[in-house]
Design a protein around this ligand. Sequence first.
Ligand SMILES: NC(=O)c1ccc[n+]([C@@H]2O[C@H](COP(=O)([O-])OP(=O)(O)OC[C@H]3O[C@@H](n4cnc5c(N)ncnc54)[C@H](OP(=O)(O)O)[C@@H]3O)[C@@H](O)[C@H]2O)c1
Ligand SMILES: [Zn+2]
Length: 349
Amino acid sequence: MKAIIFDRHGDSDVLGYRDVERPSPGAGEVLVAVRAVSVNHGPDVETRQRGFSMGAVEMPHIGGVDPAGEIAEVGPGVTGWRPGDRVAVYPVIACGVCEFCRDGFPENYCSNSRLYGVQTQGGRAQFAVAPASQLVPLPDNVSYEAAAALGVAYTTTWHGMNQRARLTANDTLLVMGAGGGCGVAAVQLGKLVGARVLAVTGSEWKQQRVRELGADEVFSYRDPDWAGKVRAATGGRGVTAAFDNAGSETLPSSVDCLARAGRLFCSGGTTGFEVMLDVRQLYRNLISLYFYVQGSKADMAELVGFVADGKLDPVVDSRYPLRAAAEADDKLSSQDHFGRIVLTVEGSE
Ligand SMILES: NC(=O)c1ccc[n+]([C@@H]2O[C@H](COP(=O)([O-])OP(=O)(O)OC[C@H]3O[C@@H](n4cnc5c(N)ncnc54)[C@H](OP(=O)(O)O)[C@@H]3O)[C@@H](O)[C@H]2O)c1
Ligand SMILES: [Zn+2]
């Protein structure tokens, strides 16, 4: 089979499109004929560049954390799945034995969790082995491309919005970086919940796209007074909730935009990871800051349900054939995209 594979860390030119042996599913595993897999910063780009912050990467390595496709083979002991079933791989592999797993927390709380496609071989290939426990069933009307788009950015953002900040239709939500994978997800999911959405993005063309997605007001973070304008759009009260994965450059101002008892949720720091906050401002205003990593399998399954019900249509910026994975990685790094970037895999590649 063909796979995108690298033997050493580096720029996207370390990625080779090569023939490798088709893997066989072991006990409790299935073999998935991959049809789509999305491109992600940490798990794909950073892992290839220097290793993600999760220990050494097994070389040679096939990345790809969120493949979707159909089951080609079922390994020994697997029940409930059959060849031909349409599935997506939920990427967080929980240990099942740590205190969080034992106490019934979602998979993303597991203290020994492994990420599929980072600490295992992944889905940038015609076929990929995955534990049957990671599979999410896909109804016929959910495309493989949509499912792959959901796996990381949408699932993580939905977890933060729904399970952590508990957004409701009564909220006014600030979405920082509304043009990126998580930002677009936050705009769409915020509107799905029924909140008023004030979005902040960079370029003119992204502002237009964010408006088309349903954001109620759109601002640019290139405007030095964007925070003042967000506050003005709430009649001076501030937003009741904010999503900010942009980090150092924006997070303190996003906190400034919060109303009394406002909540901010964050799972990334695109412009930098260190921020300075005035704790008096936080406690005097009863501010809550929520952090999280990934989402749960139940979050992902819920999103698949939204797509099946026609409530959510994940935004795919561009599609590349598997062989062009290097180009797709570079496109993500260029920040010249709106929504998700997806690799599509043809059986005959
Ligand atoms: N912890 C987790 O589980 C998890 C999961 C998914 C993602 N993440 C992290 O979340 C972040 C976003 O991921 P993504 O997939 O959405 O990436 P992406 O599609 O490349 O988006 C990057 C974002 O950064 C914004 N941005 C860039 N420069 C900015 C600036 N100067 N000021 C404000 N915003 C700026 C962009 O906004 P515009 O496009 O609007 O200009 C865009 O929203 C990354 O750091 C990623 O590692 C973490
Ligand atoms: Zn665990």
